[in-house]
Design a protein around this ligand. Structure first.
Ligand code: ATP
Ligand code: MG
Length: 425
C-alpha cells in the first residue's frame, strides 16, 4: 500500500504519541482500485485539542474543528485529521444533531455511507474492514453500511453520492440499496442545492453516467424534473430522449458546461430557443456559477453550424470565441452519435480537426488578432468614425474568409485600395 511521505509522517507522529491513526474512506477505496487518491484523510482517537498540540509547529486549519476535523499543512498539502466520531440522531434528512467522539475506529466506520467507503488502514495495524468493503469493491458492488432506507433517510445526499459512485466506478448498487435509493429519492428535496449540483456534475463525468442516471431516473426526477419529462419523448435510435441526452452528455467530454449543454440541448421539446431558455432557468435554480451557466446556455441556443469549411469555422470562432465554438462542434458530434447519425458525426469530427489546426496555426479569429488596427487606418488617412469601423470589419471578414492575408502589409494595401475606390460595403 503506497502512502505518500507527508501522510505517513503524520500517521507516525500520532502513533508515536500513543494514539491510533489510520487513513480512511475514499482514499483507501481509490487505492484499492489502483487509482491515485485526490487526498488522504486521517482518522484518529486523538481529540482535536490533542491533535492541535501535537502539530503545534505546523500551520493548522481549524474551520472544521466543531466536527472534529483539524487540517494540518505539511509540505504545502493540507491533510484533514478527524477524531473518531459516532453520529447521533439526524435532523432534516441531512445533518447529525450531535456528534460524539469515540475511541474505536469501528464506530467511526459504521457512520460512513457505503461499505467501500468504510475501511481504514494503518501501516502499523493493517486493514480494518468490518463491513466487507474490500469484498464488495472486488465484486463491483455498492452497498450501504447498515439498512439502506435508514441510512438514506438520515442523510439523503447519500443517494446522490451512490449514483455518483455507480457512475464513476461502475459499482452496481445491490438490490436493497438500489430499491432504497429510489424509494427515498423524494427526501433529496431537503438537501442544499449546491450539494446536489456538485454530485450531479461528478456523476455526469463518470464513464457509466448514461447507464446509472437512466437506471436511477427516479432520483434524477427529484432534482431535475424537466429531464424526467424527456423520458416520455421517443427517439428512433436510443429510445427515449433522456437516454439520448445522457448518452450525449457522457461522450461529449469536459468541461462541465459542455456536459450540461449536452444534457439540456433538447430539454424543451418545442425547440432550441425554448431549450436555451429553460436550460438557463434550470442552471440558475441549481446555483451553477455564472460562467458555467452562460456557456452552457449559449451553446444550447446556438444553431448547429452547417458551413464546416475552414472559413466557416473561423467565422464561428469569431462569433462565439474559440472555446465555445469548439464546444459547439463537440456537441454536434456527440448529438449526432446519440441520434445514430454516424456520417454527420464524422463531418463534425473532421470540423474539429480543422478547428484544432486553425488554433495551432494561429489563424486570425478575433479582431484583436487582426494585424492592423483602427489607429493604423487613421494614419492611412481614414477619418475616425463610422466608416473606419466598417472598414476594419470588412478587413476582418476578408481575413476570416481567407481572401486577404493577415499581414500588416497586405491589410494596408487592401485598405488603401478600398479607400481609393470608396468601396467600403
Ligand atoms: P471523493 O472524495 O472521491 O468525492 P469520498 O468518498 O472521499 O469521495 P468525501 O466527501 O471526500 O468523499 O468523504 C470522505 C469519506 O467520508 C467518505 O469516503 C465516507 O466514508 C465519508 N462520508 C462522506 N460523506 C458522507 C455522508 N454523507 N454520509 C456518510 N459518510 C460520508
Ligand atoms: Mg474524498
Amino acid at each position: 500500500m503506497f502512502i505518500p511521505d507527508y501522510t505517513s509522517a503524520i500517521l507516525r507522529r500520532l502513533e508515536d504519541a500513543g494514539y491510533e491513526a489510520y487513513i480512511v474512506g475514499g482514499c483507501l477505496r481509490d487505492m484499492m482500485l489502483g487509482l491515485t487518491p485526490k487526498d488522504y484523510d486521517i482518522a484518529t482517537n486523538a481529540r482535536p485539542s490533542e491533535v492541535l498540540a501535537l502539530f503545534a509547529g505546523y500551520k493548522t486549519i481549524t474551520a472544521g474543528i466543531k466536527h472534529g476535523t483539524v487540517g494540518v499543512v505539511t509540505g504545502g498539502t493540507v491533510t484533514e485529521i478527524t477524531t473518531f466520531r459516532s453520529d447521533g440522531e439526524y435532523a432534516d434528512h441531512r445533518h447529525p444533531v450531535s456528534v460524539e467522539y469515540s475511541d474505536r475506529i469501528e464506530d467511526d466506520l459504521s457512520r460512513r455511507d457505503f461499505t467501500v467507503n468504510a475501511m481504514a488502514y494503518s501501516p502499523k495495524r493493517g486493514i480494518v474492514d468490518p463491513f466487507g468493503g474490500a469484498e464488495d469493491l472486488k465484486n463491483g458492488i455498492l452497498r450501504t453500511v447498515g439498512d439502506p432506507a435508514a441510512r438514506f433517510s438520515e442523510d439523503a445526499l447519500r443517494i446522490l453520492r451512490g449514483v455518483r459512485f455507480a457512475s464513476v466506478y461502475g459499482l452496481e448498487p445491490e438490490p436493497a440499496t438500489a430499491r432504497a435509493m429510489l424509494e427515498c429519492a423524494c427526501l433529496l428535496s431537503a438537501v442544499a442545492v449546491e450539494r446536489i449540483s456538485a454530485e450531479l456534475f461528478g456523476t455526469l463525468a463518470g464513464p457509466y453516467a448514461e447507464k446509472y442516471l437512466h437506471r436511477f431516473k427516479g432520483v434524477l426526477a427529484v432534482v431535475l424534473p424537466e429531464l424526467a419529462e424527456m423520458a416520455s419523448r421517443q427517439d428512433p435510435v436510443r429510445g427515449d430522449m433522456l437516454k439520448r441526452a445522457l448518452y450525449a452528455a457522457s461522450v461529449v467530454g469536459d468541461p462541465v458546461w459542455l456536459r450540461l449543454a449536452a444534457l439540456l440541448e433538447h430539454v424543451d421539446g418545442r425547440g432550441r430557443k425554448e431549450s436555451a431558455e429553460l436550460a438557463g432557468e434550470i442552471l440558475r435554480r441549481l446555483r451553477v456559477d455564472r460562467h458555467t451557466r452562460e456557456n452552457a446556455t449559449k451553446i444550447v441556443g446556438e444553431p448547429e453550424p452547417d458551413d464546416l469549411s475552414r472559413a466557416g469555422i473561423r467565422r464561428l470562432m469569431a462569433k462565439l470565441m474559440p472555446t465555445l465554438a469548439v464546444g459547439r462542434l463537440k456537441l454536434c458530434r456527440a448529438s449526432a452519435e446519440a441520434a445514430g447519425e454516424p456520417e454527420k458525426a464524422d463531418r463534425y469530427a473532421r470540423a474539429l480537426e480543422i478547428a484544432d489546426d486553425i488554433l495551432l496555426s494561429g489563424d486570425c479569429v478575433s479582431l484583436s488578432m487582426l494585424e492592423i488596427s483602427g489607429d493604423d487606418l487613421i494614419s492611412l488617412g481614414v477619418p475616425p468614425g463610422k466608416k473606419l469601423g466598417k472598414l476594419l470589419m470588412q478587413l476582418f471578414e476578408e481575413v476570416l474568409e481567407g481572401k486577404t492575408e493577415n499581414t500588416r502589409h497586405a491589410l494596408a494595401a487592401r485598405a488603401s485600395d478600398l479607400i481609393a475606390k470608396d468601396n467600403i460595403s
